[in-house]
Design a binder for this molecule. Structure first.
Ligand code: ATP
Ligand code: MG
Length: 222
């Protein structure tokens, strides 16, 4: 059954996929696509972190350039959207504020899933009010090469109970956390920035339009 057909029964499921996207790459896109398909989501909303609290060790390029690149990358996918909630907010971009915002604004019959990679999940206890996050929505933690989500301290410290049948965990609040295996793609934005700086090709690591945008704007040269 196609997507529209499968939406008829049950809740409308919305994925929230946050990131710095500096720049967006095929690892992000393939992750969103596989989660959309596996969880029968009606939409994946990319949330651009305008001012990420964790990325203080290096300058990130302008929000406008990152925004344009995500726009170009998702333009051909009607099930992907880009949110400006963190851009409209002043100060640092905290996930707790973003998820709370969506939590307050979801329509009757909608269900929220927060999507993040295993690397981010393993450091989630450094996020502001992370304990509260698990009470607001379900989580989908996707696999990422070289990171083991089972190493995340929060699984035990937050009292998650493993489902004996599936790779999913139940939080005391009743929300679910899924460990979801996706096609391993070892691409990172860090490597892309390095490649551009070193004058190497980034072909097939990012969408063609993003590659052209980076070249045109002269991004990541130094
Ligand atoms: P950087 O190297 O600058 O940290 P990144 O490639 O990790 O960039 P982010 O914008 O930090 O990209 O990641 C946004 C989200 O996407 C995070 O939850 C991250 O775990 C996930 N993610 C990024 N790349 C991959 C990948 N190749 N496979 C699975 N998940 C990924
Ligand atoms: Mg990262």
């Amino acid at each position: 059954m196609g997507k529209s057909g499968s939406l008829r029964g049950g809740k409308r499921k919305i994925g929230l996929f946050g990131g710095t996207f500096d720049p967006i790459h095929l690892g992000h896109l393939r992750c969103a696509q596989e989660v959309w398909e596996a969880f029968d989501l009606s939409q994946v909303i990319f949330i651009l972190a305008a001012n990420p609290p964790h990325k203080v060790d290096r300058p990130i390029i302008s929000t406008k350039d990152r925004w344009e690149m995500v726009k170009l990358a998702i333009a051909d996918n009607p099930f992907f959207a880009l949110s400006d909630v963190e851009i409209r907010r002043e100060g640092k971009s905290y996930s707790i504020e973003t998820i709370s915002y969506y939590h307050r604004n979801i329509a009757e019959g909608e269900r929220l899933f927060f999507i993040l990679g295993a690397d981010s999940f393993c450091e989630i206890e450094t996020w502001r009010d992370y304990r509260q996050l698990f009470r607001l929505c379900d989580f989908i933690v996707v696999s990422r090469p070289n990171f083991d989500p089972l190493q995340a301290k929060v699984l035990e410290s937050e009292g998650f109970q493993k489902d004996i049948h599936e790779e999913r965990y139940l939080h005391p609040s009743g929300h679910l956390l899924y460990l979801h295996r996706i096609t391993p793609i070892g691409i990172s934005s860090t490597e892309i920035r390095r490649a551009v700086r070193e004058g190497k090709s980034i072909k097939y690591l990012v969408p063609k339009e993003v590659e052209e945008y980076i070249r045109r704007q002269g991004l990541y040269q130094c």
